[in-house]
Design a binder for this molecule. Sequence first.
Ligand code: BMA
Length: 332
Amino acid sequence: MSNTKPTIIGKPLPGMPWEERPADCQDVVWRFSGNPVIDWNPTPQTSRVYNSAPVPFGNGFAGVFRADHKNGRAHLHFGTSKDGIHFEIEDNRIEWVDESGNPATPSYAYDPRVVNIEGTYYITWCDDFPGASIGMGRTKDFKTFIRMENPCMPFNRNGVLFPRKVNGEYLLMSRPSDSGHTPFGDIILSHSKDMTYWGKHRLLMRKGGSGWWQGTKIGAGPIPIETSEGWLLIYHGVSGTCNGFVYSMGAAILDLENPAKVLYRTRDYILTPEKPYETTGFVPNVAFPCATLHDAATGRIAIYYGAADTYTALAFTQLDLLIDTIKNNSEV
Ligand code: BMA
């Protein structure tokens, strides 16, 4: 292992939420003491906001949130926060237009990810194509939201873009699936020069290994973080139990210049449902990470994850600790 301390390649974010690891905690990822940060019925029309994606915006944070309405349908909502902990979620869903300005709001949408690439915020989500596939759109101001072409054929979920082009091409991770709850799934990496035509599909990571927690399927989580050690990818791994699926978090390091190459990958989960807000709710035993905030000056990382398909929760880790854990417990 190198003696140089790993660093995040990016900007400082001094206003991001942060709590030090409690003295009695040995975990590589520790939960925010004020969890959950978004509780049941956050707005009049919505019952649950989870699996959501805050990003730095202006003097604070903005984001795209998955909100299940009281008719049970999932939609994307805009929200803001001054501190990354207290959120104002709009009661009405985001309305999309196509490139010509015509209405283009999907009939349902869930599990958004948001990334700022060269000043434009790109949003991916699970869309009705028909049937689950990946939706993609963009905004510059979080006021006008423009639908782009769907990058993948149905059925597919967990579309996650890289935060910059690599070797001149945009990169998208996805998880081909079925039209239901999908008892299988590996992460695929696709390339594009223009964000419209996607190809050069490569198998990135397979489910399984000795880690039973990721034995049924895996899917990319937050936008990967560029670090001096490679791309840091936090992902979800799913195991099937007598009582349904359990969603945990793992992490991997991908080669910076050739991200299709997995350098290290955690054998053990880094967070699994334990707390009541993770084990009890609309769908028990789900920890589903969709976004991070991170500070290049300190290596602090805040992970936003959906808990039990009900709450938005927050957890923290420190880059050097997480990189050490991944390398020392790796099974590729
Ligand atoms: C997946 C998605 C997620 C959800 C998870 C657990 O298939 O639908 O939105 O969090 O199942 O229910």
